[in-house]
Design a protein around this ligand. Structure first.
Ligand code: S3P
Length: 168
């Protein structure tokens, strides 16, 4: 990887944050998260930002987060699932980073997301259907990654090892 950033992209629930943490430990690299950058900047939770200021405002902040983070080199980047919606974010991250797409089926993502809160986009009557819809919309974006790993039914340790193998 040299001094490039390792950039994890993929849908909510694909394990990006956990894998980023493990990679940080294994490679002794700093981990940066676009969501965390936004939370620190706004002193507010993702859920509250969506509720009080709306998604377009959140996406603006996300763009700022990616602009700031992509100034760095040699870090692990944990991207919010929607970072890829803005092509400029992808282009920026690609300049000095290897993009790794943690792919999974909608059904598997759903089982993972059910365990957690603060996913405002999935606060809907039929979250599985919404996951399918968003995945369909985003797939061509995620597929611009340099490396794709199918993480369906895999553990965080397996995914981490697979990333380490594939970046060699
Ligand atoms: C989003 C994903 C979330 C967070 C926000 C929007 C998305 O991050 O940025 O809720 O649009 O997919 P995670 O992928 O880390 O859950």
């Amino acid at each position: 990887m040299g001094n490039k950033n390792l950039v994890l992209i993929g849908f909510m629930g694909s394990g990006k944050s956990s894998v980023a943490g493990k990679l940080g430990e294994c490679l002794k690299r700093e981990v940066m998260s676009s969501d965390q950058w936004i939370i620190d900047q706004e002193q507010s939770s993702i859920g509250d930002i969506f509720k009080n200021k709306g998604e377009p405002y959140f996406r603006q902040l996300e763009k700022k987060a990616i602009t700031a983070i992509s100034q760095r080199n040699g870090v692990i980047v944990d991207c919010g699932g929607g970072v890829v919606l803005n092509q400029e974010n992808i282009d920026l991250l690609k300049k000095n980073g290897v993009l790794i797409y943690l792919a999974a089926t909608a059904e598997f993502l759903y089982t993972q997301i059910k365990k957690s809160k603060d996913r405002p986009l999935l606060n809907v009557d039929d979250p599985l259907r919404e996951i399918r819809r968003l995945l369909e919309q985003r797939n061509e974006k995620y597929e611009q990654a340099d490396i794709t790993i199918d993480t369906t039914d895999q553990s965080i340790d397996w995914i981490t090892q697979e990333v380490l193998k594939r970046i060699q």
